[in-house]
Design a protein around this ligand. Structure first.
Ligand code: IPE
Ligand code: IPE
Ligand code: MG
Length: 251
């Protein structure tokens, strides 16, 4: 893990030997934040986008290898059409505005999800951003868009079955490593830490396979209020956990 300079404001000391390599965040609570402010949901999503910018910067500054953000689930299509459109418009705005800085900081943009169903402008922008930053060697920014974990698992099973049928894969060769390579997260380590904002304690169809041994941290803060101090608290909670992976602990 490489530190790029002084820790961002709001961060005390961090034990770099205990830092997570990969953090995944379910960014929840934009709607409730907006309601509490007497604003509409779109204003909440805009504030959420501004928060996302800051969290990405901080995550890269503290030397994370990967940051995965849940931005749009396969279930989020159930929302009113204007809200869905506003979310994708904000995504386009974010990438257009930030991609050069991300690129300068060696961030590698990746998307997980079925992006062919996204509005054309959003799809174009993410494809351009991913292509531009593909060779970068810094933090992987993995954004989950039109993502559903059950679909991801079924899709992987289907791909492997296809290869067996074609005779290019032996059934016996399908082990956990092989299966993991068929998931969107191919080549990424599993998240060490999952954070969900806004008090909800559920996964909402997020990374069911990859989170098998992650530490979960929940905060009551709504996503737009997820300031560096709150992020720091979550990291501190993680660092105080004892990860046993099924073995005997220290006590
Ligand atoms: C998270 O905030 C953003 C997305 C799911 C896209 P919400 O929009 O879910 O906010 P709440 O849960 O209604 O407060
Ligand atoms: C999960 O949040 C999806 C994202 C953060 C993109 P939701 O707000 O959609 O989840 P539920 O419906 O409360 O479970
Ligand atoms: Mg929500």
């Amino acid at each position: 893990m490489q530190m790029r300079g002084p820790l961002p404001s709001g961060f005390g000391e961090l034990d770099m030997t205990k830092m997570p390599r990969h953090v995944a965040i379910i960014m929840d609570g934009n709607g409730r934040w907006a309601k509490a402010q007497g604003k509409g949901r779109t204003a909440g999503h805009r504030a959420g986008m501004e928060r996302l910018c800051k969290v990405v910067r901080t995550s890269s500054d503290i030397g994370l290898e990967a940051l995965t953000l849940y931005a749009f689930s396969t279930e989020n299509w159930k929302r009113p059409r204007p809200e869905v459109e506003a979310l994708f418009a904000l995504l386009v705005e974010y990438i257009r505005r930030e991609i050069d800085e991300l690129h300068r900081n060696q961030v590698c943009l990746r998307i997980m999800g079925e992006i062919q169903y996204l509005p054309a402008a959003a799809r174009r922008e993410v494809e351009r951003g991913c292509a531009l930053t593909a060779e970068n060697t810094g933090m992987v920014l993995n954004i989950a868009l039109n993502y559903g974990s059950r679909f991801e698992i079924v899709r992987a099973a289907r791909q492997l079955a296809q290869r067996v049928q074609e005779g290019t894969l032996q059934t016996d060769a399908i082990d956990e490593a092989c299966f993991a390579q068929a998931l969107y997260t191919q080549g990424l380590s599993d998240p060490d830490l999952l954070i969900r904002t806004s008090g909800e304690q559920r996964l909402s169809n997020f990374m069911l396979y990859q989170l098998a041994y992650a530490e979960f941290v929940f905060t009551e803060k709504h996503w737009p209020d997820f300031e560096n101090e709150v992020y720091y608290e979550c990291l501190m909670q993680y660092m105080h956990r004892e990860r046993r992976f099924g073995a005997v602990g220290k006590v």
